[in-house]
Structures are given as structure tokens and as C-alpha cells.
Design a binder for this molecule. Structure first.
Ligand SMILES: Cc1ncc(COP(=O)(O)O)c(C=O)c1O
Length: 390
């Protein structure tokens, strides 16, 4: 008798989608701490400071004033006005209020962007190493990520390298600057090369500028500000990193038609927008003076310099990363396999990091150390590293 396939099964589109390795590491660290062990936590990616008080009060005020009803699913108009102005003035991306959408963190913007650009069987070029969820967002759209080694691209020319890795099915390029995990920042000339390639091959660029305010060497440059690029770029931003608002799930994206209508549908049917009182707090956060953001950047620079010095002193070669808040040293001295190296470092020195291979094959031989922690915590980690590698 022929067996009938059970009706209870998962949609195939999830077959290739992984679940974050980073969460597994976080769980292991929590277990060690619960056992009373002191762990140096450099595996995370959360600002060391709390959400500023005035932003919290803006949310409380909105709640007290009953800003608890449905807002337009694409975002409150006053917030979209603030965002359109910010994008025009700071990013040089000319945007109207209809060309911005408020999203549940940068993550929802990225999810929606890949969903509305990729069809099953399409390919997307992804500079590698890359932020792990991107691979899953591409495969979740039943498309294939094509890993473009960033270091090779820088050495051999970005345009040529993109050409070398692309296929006839290529529809999009994921362009993240400053990068997680390497801290690399693409400069304007590099953005121009990516843009020229996208225009030549008629590709969409999905830009991820989550760390736009954390550039220490050089300047942040938005690819959508280049001529001919606003029409083919969806740029995703978040308030998570700049304003220490990771748990608020506050982000936004900017794009033109036909993308904006598609983004609106995805946001409408997935979350129906961002919590109304959170949007009021976002308006307040976006009024933060640039001097305050610059002061925090200087705090991160101190952390970067301290950590990079400690890593090099311990024999783990590390160029100072130009942006974001991660260092990505070569750790082959500990072990060539980054998963083994991370395990050794965690078990022997109680230093928690993320194995480079989690960020794609090009990350192998490296570990990601997050330095968005206190100076004291970095000093303690440096001591532990010195003792371990002495
Ligand atoms: C490169 C990059 N993009 C986007 C995000 C999304 O952040 P969120 O969803 O908290 O806004 C992150 C968070 O770590 C990130 O590292």
C-alpha cells in the first residue's frame, strides 16, 4: 500500500535556514556563570551603556499619554518626517516621508528587503565574512548566497571580484558597512565600484548601515547617495547600536518604488508596525545632538585601542578595525579551527568569543571579540589572555 505523506510537516523554505550559533554560545556562557565561574564576555554585540534616560522617559510619557493605539503600519508621520530629514542631511539620501518605513529593528528591514527582492533560484552576492543571519535571510527566500571574499576583493579590485563570483541568476548584493564581524569600513571609492557593478548588471543593493555612527578611521558613506543608486538600493538602519536600544526593536529602511510598496506589505502582514510608544521614543532618540554620538564613539575608540593592543601583545595579530565594535584577530596560534580555538579560550581562559567560521568560510582562523563592554572588563580580559598565552 502506498504510504501517504503526513500533512504535518514544515514548509520546505525553512529547510536550509539555520538557527544562530551565537545563541548556542550565549547559552553555554550563561551555564558557566550559573555554575559560579567568572567569564569574560566578549561574545556579544550590545552597547556597554544603558538606553539614555531621556529616551526612556519619552517612552514612559507616550504611555502615560495613551499612545497605545494602532499607529500606521509603516510608521507615524512625525517619525517618518524626522527620518526623511535625517537621511537627507546625514546620509545624503534624498528621501520623502513615503520613502521611509519604520521596522522592528534593523532585522525586520533586512528580512523584508530580501523577501521582496529574491525569488526561489536567485543568487545574492554577500561580502564574506558576513553577519551570520544574512545567509539565513537569503536561504529563507529560497535563494543562494554567493560568498565574495572581502579581503580578496579589496586586493584584486571590487568590480572584478564581484564579476568573478556572480552568476546569471544574481539579483542582489548585500553591502554592509561598517561590517560585522570584521569592523571593515568600505570607502567612497569602493562604494562607487559596487555601485558601478550593480548598475552594469542591473542588480539591487541591500545596504546594511547598522553601525553608521561607529566609524573611527575615515567616514561613513551611504551607497544609496551615489548617482543612480537610490532607485536600486534598500538601505536598512537601526537605533540598536547608536542609542543602546537593542531591546526596543527600533529600526527603519529607506527605498523607492517598487520596493517601498513591497516592504510595506511585508511589515503590515508580519508585525503591523512597531509599538506606538516605541516610535515616540524613536523621535526623541533621533534628536540626540551629534556631539553626544561623537563622544560615545570616542569611548568605543578607547575600547578598540585597548583590546587591539592586548590582542597583538598576546601574539594574536589584529589590525585596528576601522568601525563597528568588534575585533577579528587571527587566532591560528591557538588553533587553526576557529570553533576549537573558541572552545579552548572559553574553557581554559574563560574568555567568550565567537568562532570566525560562523561568519562564513572566509572567517575561519579568526575569532570575533566584541568590545562594546567596559574598559575594566577589557583590562580583565587582557590579563586573562596574557596569562593564557604567556
Ligand atoms: C550587521 C548588522 N546588521 C543588522 C543588525 C540588526 O540589529 P537590530 O535588529 O538589533 O536592529 C545587526 C545586529 O547585531 C548587525 O550586526
Amino acid at each position: 500500500m502506498a504510504t501517504r505523506q503526513s500533512g504535518i510537516r514544515l514548509a520546505k523554505r525553512l529547510d536550509e535556514v539555520g538557527f544562530s550559533d551565537i545563541v548556542q554560545i550565549r547559552n553555554k556562557v550563561m551555564g558557566m556563570r550559573a555554575d559560579g565561574l567568572k567569564v569574560h564576555c566578549l561574545h556579544g554585540g550590545e552597547p556597554y551603556f544603558e538606553t539614555p534616560e531621556d529616551i526612556k522617559y519619552a517612552a514612559v510619557k507616550a504611555l502615560v499619554e495613551n499612545q497605545t493605539h494602532y499607529a500606521p503600519s509603516s510608521g507615524l508621520l512625525p517619525l517618518r518626517e524626522v527620518l526623511a530629514k535625517k537621511l537627507t542631511v546625514k546620509n545624503h539620501i534624498q528621501a520623502s516621508t513615503d520613502e521611509v518605513i519604520v521596522t522592528v529593528g534593523g532585522s525586520q528591514g533586512l528580512y523584508a528587503a530580501f523577501q521582496c527582492v529574491l525569488d526561489p533560484g536567485d543568487d545574492a552576492l554577500v561580502f564574506s565574512p558576513y553577519w551570520t543571519p544574512i545567509g539565513d535571510l537569503v536561504t529563507g527566500a529560497q535563494a543562494r548566497p554567493l560568498h565574495v571574499p572581502t579581503i580578496t576583493a579589496r586586493r584584486n579590485g571590487i568590480h572584478n571580484t564581484l564579476e568573478q563570483f556572480s552568476t546569471p541568476q544574481t539579483r542582489a548584493i548585500y553591502y554592509n558597512t561598517p561590517q560585522n564581524p570584521s569592523g571593515l569600513v568600505f570607502n567612497r571609492a569602493e562604494a562607487e565600484e559596487v555601485a558601478a557593478f550593480a548598475i552594469k548588471r542591473d542588480l539591487v543593493v541591500i545596504a546594511d548601515e547598522a553601525y553608521e555612527d561607529l566609524v573611527y578611521d575615515g567616514d561613513h558613506f551611504s551607497i544609496a547617495s551615489l548617482p543612480g543608486m537610490a532607485e536600486r538600493t534598500i538601505t536598512c538602519f537601526t537605533l540598536s547600536k547608536t542609542y543602546a536600544m537593542t531591546g526596543w526593536r527600533a529600526g527603519y529602511a529607506v527605498a523607492k518604488e517598487p520596493f517601498m510598496s513591497a516592504l510595506r506589505k511585508i511589515v503590515l502582514y508580519s508585525t503591523n508596525g512597531v509599538a506606538t510608544f516605541v516610535q515616540h521614543a524613536m523621535i526623541h532618540a533621533l534628536a540626540t545632538p551629534e556631539a553626544e554620538i561623537a563622544a560615545r564613539r570616542e569611548e568605543y575608540r578607547k575600547r578598540r585601542d585597548l583590546l587591539v593592543h592586548a590582542l597583538n601583545e598576546a601574539g594574536l595579530h589584529c589590525e585596528p578595525p576601522a568601525g563597528a565594535f568588534y575585533a577579528f584577530p587571527n587566532v591560528e596560534k591557538i588553533n587553526k579551527n576557529s570553533r576549537t580555538a573558541a572552545q579552548i579560550l572559553l574553557e581554559k581562559a574563560h574568555i567568550a568569543t565567537i568562532p570566525g567560521s560562523v561568519f562564513g568560510a572566509q572567517g575561519e582562523g579568526h575569532l570575533r571579540f566584541g568590545y562594546a563592554i567596559t574598559l575594566r572588563e577589557i583590562e580583565d580580559c587582557a590579563d586573562a589572555l596574557r596569562k593564557f598565552l604567556a
